[in-house]
Design a protein around this ligand. Structure first.
Ligand SMILES: C[S@@+](CC[C@H](N)C(=O)[O-])C[C@H]1O[C@@H](n2cnc3c(N)ncnc32)[C@H](O)[C@@H]1O
Length: 305
């Protein structure tokens, strides 16, 4: 791999974005999905192909550089907390609050810590993180959990690494695929991984996050995943959350500064049958509470085999 590619790949740090509107969508879906899967006693394996550092400080140097959480999770917790939230959104807020003591929300759990908190003794969590700094931070954070063999941190490529665990011994798995998409090839790699994963383990639950940005690959990814699911005869669910127009920079944005991510989506193959209703109640609230301009919106569509 050329050095330039490595440099570009490692420029993404999730700490800048922790708790933003994309995390609200992604982690609400993750929690609702896990809650359903954990109703059965049989062991579940969770593969997090792009794990990040696991835990973030919202008042730390990285997060406050962009303060994206101010327009994300911090709009949903005290003192801003709205009166009544849809159950899936309330479960998400409760999860984040469980990592915080007192009134302020200073700590934000990433997908590894959200999943680990919900898992039972018989379940397994495999965390892939390629960035050396984040992989070290993740390993350090996970070590404090004293979770023993339940949680494994693998400083490897998650697209490749996840395959070796499919199918899992218990034949029950959730694969969360949450790349940073800084490299254009990530879009194709998501599709390749899912195609291969469905061949290895057709009944797994697959959840992919992607950014909605003016880039052909980003636009095509959900269409391609839909085709993939339909060809494999699998059910699918596709949720999107838009918080602002992708065209205009918000008032006060310095000239030349990137306006920030306007929207993102979650695409699931073999989603829990309860997820559609849970998101149909939560998404309108997310769009309303996280709106940055009048273009805020949500969509939810799905298909049966
Ligand atoms: C969007 S962040 C993950 C956030 C995390 N899933 C969460 O919800 O808290 C993407 C992460 O993937 C890492 N990464 C990039 N390419 C990777 C690869 N090929 N395999 C594993 N991790 C990768 C980045 O270093 C970054 O930490």
């Amino acid at each position: 791999m050329r050095l330039a590619t490595i440099g570009r790949m490692f420029s993404y740090r999730h700490a800048f974005h922790a708790g933003n509107h994309a995390d609200v969508l992604k982690h609400t879906v993750l929690i609702a999905t896990l809650q359903h899967l954990l109703q059965k006693d049989a062991a579940l394996t969770v593969l997090d192909t792009h794990a990040g550092a696991g835990l973030y400080r919202l008042d730390g140097d990285y997060a406050s550089t962009s303060a994206e959480s101010a327009d994300g999770i911090l709009r949903l917790v005290p003192p801003a907390a709205p009166a009544a939230l849809a159950p899936a959104l309330q479960d998400y807020v409760d999860m984040v609050r469980a990592f915080n003591q007192g009134e302020a929300t200073r700590v934000y759990p990433g997908s590894p810590f959200i999943a680990q908190r919900l898992l039972r003794a018989q379940d397994r969590l495999k965390l892939f993180e390629l960035h050396p700094t984040d992989a070290r931070a993740l390993a350090g954070n996970v070590a404090q959990l004293d979770a023993g063999r339940q949680v494994a941190v693998l400083a490897q490529d998650g697209f490749e690494g996840a395959r070796q665990f499919l199918p899992p011994p218990s034949r029950r798995a959730l694969v969360l695929c949450d790349p940073s998409y800084e490299i254009k090839s990530d879009y194709a790699r998501v599709q390749d991984m899912l195609q291969d994963a469905l061949k290895r383990f057709a009944t797994g639950v697959y959840a992919v996050w992607y950014p909605i940005i003016p880039r052909p690959e980003a636009h095509e990814l959900p269409r391609r995943l839909k085709t993939l699911a339909q060809k494999a005869g699998k059910s699918w669910l596709h949720a999107t959350l838009t918080v602002k127009s992708g065209k205009t920079a918000p008032a006060g944005t310095a000239p030349g500064r990137r306006p920030g991510l306007p929207a993102s989506g979650m695409f699931l193959i073999n989603p829990p049958f309860t997820l559609d209703a849970a998101l149909r109640a939560a998404l309108p609230q997310m769009a309303e509470l996280l709106a940055q301009d009048r273009h805020a919106a949500w969509t939810l569509e799905g298909g049966a085999p």
